[in-house]
Design a protein around this ligand. Structure first.
Ligand code: TGC
Ligand code: FAD
Length: 389
């Protein structure tokens, strides 16, 4: 049989394992990234601004709360399609995928999963339309890996709750119209929907970031913030926020595949053009080994996330499996971004080329939603039965 040229960014033809509908979702988001994200994102990163203009367009394409049902104005897609959305958005920039992850998995999902009928009807359609932006406040300044030790508290006062405390590193914090805030109560950790403008609630943007520069990151402060009991979510304990993290982490297993493909593609093209010692550097064994290794690791990550998505769509996905894929795929992408940066030599240090931007962004991605160490320890706990946290 004659050899058919393979797609270097999909050596195992993982795309052939997708349904027609999933391929259509991927193509649509890929077009959005090519036409709307890539022309502006380097500049956004340089200037440290999030491209707000893209929000209505993402909403129009059904990318916000994509897996939630149509009755809330959402697209009702399956988990694999959501993963492909994350992959294609992060091929543009981790900050754009972060925006969609937080809106979809960390804000719309808890309102859908733990919210009352009134909360769902009030917030979800507007969030799907991109008119209401959410943020998710779990991490606190004294240590994000151990959220069980949170200090932010909510105390019952008649028909209200009074919230005091602070949250740190909150994506979309200054953009958000509502915050999903997790607080310690006498009945354990509970979640509240806190509206911007509520007296005592303030957001302060984090500056001097060298990572996720095209994304807004904030600290949130709660000084006797009074909210009605009707803003409380119906879930108690750490399983509330961790349940949201499982949704977002699942998407994050896909996102960095996009970042890795962007870096791998740029490094490959560069290596074919760059002539040193009278031949393209792509003709040297050292560079081919690096590029071949990138292709190998991207292939493994694609297969891992696709199987994870199939398990999720079958209702069988387990948090440990998500941890393994988040750990593997973000590590894969950050290694590839750094290696691609090296292949570009000096040119690799500017944001004229994507690897340095992706490498810097991935420093956040490897830390948020559970650090690499946290996910390694989750897998370690599963295989040994011993909790080493
Ligand atoms: P543990 O005792 O294991 O569990 C407590 C309860 O939670 C349940 N559970 C889960 N439920 C759903 N999904 C998961 N992944 C779950 N993991 C645990 C568990 O069954 C139990 O339920 P119950 O009914 O028995 O009470 O909890 P632990 O204290 O041992 O957990 C330890 C650890 C380290 C794994 C956990 O604290 C952790 O994951 N820490 C990392 C925190 C983190 O990831 N923070 C992320 C903040 S949000 C963010 O970063 C957004 S970035 C967004 C962007 O810009 O894209
Ligand atoms: P720490 O928890 O203090 O960890 C410090 C180091 O200790 C890490 O290397 C960690 O791996 C290590 N460590 C922890 N436990 C152990 C252990 N048992 N054994 C060995 N080593 C250990 N949070 C939100 O709630 N909402 C958001 O929207 C959000 N967005 C973010 C956006 C960005 C850009 C960033 C950078 C972070 C965001 N976060 C958000 C916070 C993120 O989830 C936390 O940064 C992360 O959970 C780690 O917490 P920490 O930064 O306090 O580090």
């Amino acid at each position: 049989m004659p050899a058919v040229p393979l797609n270097p960014a999909d050596l195992y033809d993982v795309r052939s394992l997708l349904t027609d509908e999933e391929r259509m979702v991927q193509d649509t988001v890929a077009r959005f990234t090519d036409e709307r994200v890539l022309p502006i994102i380097g500049d956004c990163f340089d200037k440290g601004v999030f491209p707000m203009d893209l929000i209505p367009e993402m909403a129009e394409l059904g990318l916000l709360g994509a897996t939630l049902p149509a009755e809330y104005g959402c697209a009702g897609m399956n988990a694999v399609s959501y993963g492909l959305i994350c992959q294609e958005l992060e091929r543009g920039d981790s900050g754009i995928r972060s925006f969609a992850s937080v809106q979809s998995s960390l804000c719309m999902y808890p309102i859908y999963a733990y919210g009352s009928d009134e909360q769902r009807a009030r917030w979800l359609p507007q969030m799907a339309a991109g008119k209401i932006i959410g943020c998710f406040g779990l991490t606190e300044p004294h240590g994000g890996s151990d959220p069980a030790n949170m200090k932010t508290n909510a105390k019952r006062d008649g028909g209200d709750w009074v919230i005091n405390g602070a949250k740190m590193w909150i994506t979309n914090g200054n953009l958000a119209h509502i915050a999903i805030v997790w607080a310690q109560t006498v009945d354990g950790i509970q979640g509240f929907i806190v509206e911007k403008g509520t007296p005592g609630f303030a957001a302060q943007e984090v500056h001097k970031k060298m990572s996720l520069r095209a994304s807004v990151t904030s600290a949130l402060f709660f000084d006797n913030v009074r909210v009605p009991d009707s803003s409380r979510l119906n879930v108690k304990g750490l399983k509330g926020p961790l349940g949201c993290l499982t949704q977002a982490r699942y998407g994050i297993t896909w996102g960095p595949i996009g970042a890795a493909i962007a870096c791998f593609t740029e490094a490959t093209e560069y290596a074919k053009q760059r002539v040193l010692f009278e031949r393209p550097i792509a003709a040297t064994q050292a560079v081919q080994l690096k590029l071949a290794d990138m292709a190998r690791r991207i292939t493994l990550a694609q297969l891992l996330s696709l199987q994870l998505g199939r398990l999720k769509d079958a209702g069988k996905m387990q948090p440990t499996q998500v941890s393994l894929a988040k750990w593997n795929n973000v590590r894969m992408a950050i290694d590839i971004a750094r290696e691609a940066r090296d292949i570009l030599g000096g040119a690799g240090i500017t944001t004229e080329h994507c690897p340095i931007r992706h490498a810097l962004n991935l420093e956040s991605v490897i830390t948020y939603e559970g650090t690499e160490t946290v996910h390694q320890l989750v897998v370690g706990r599963e295989v040994t039965g011993i909790n080493a946290f």
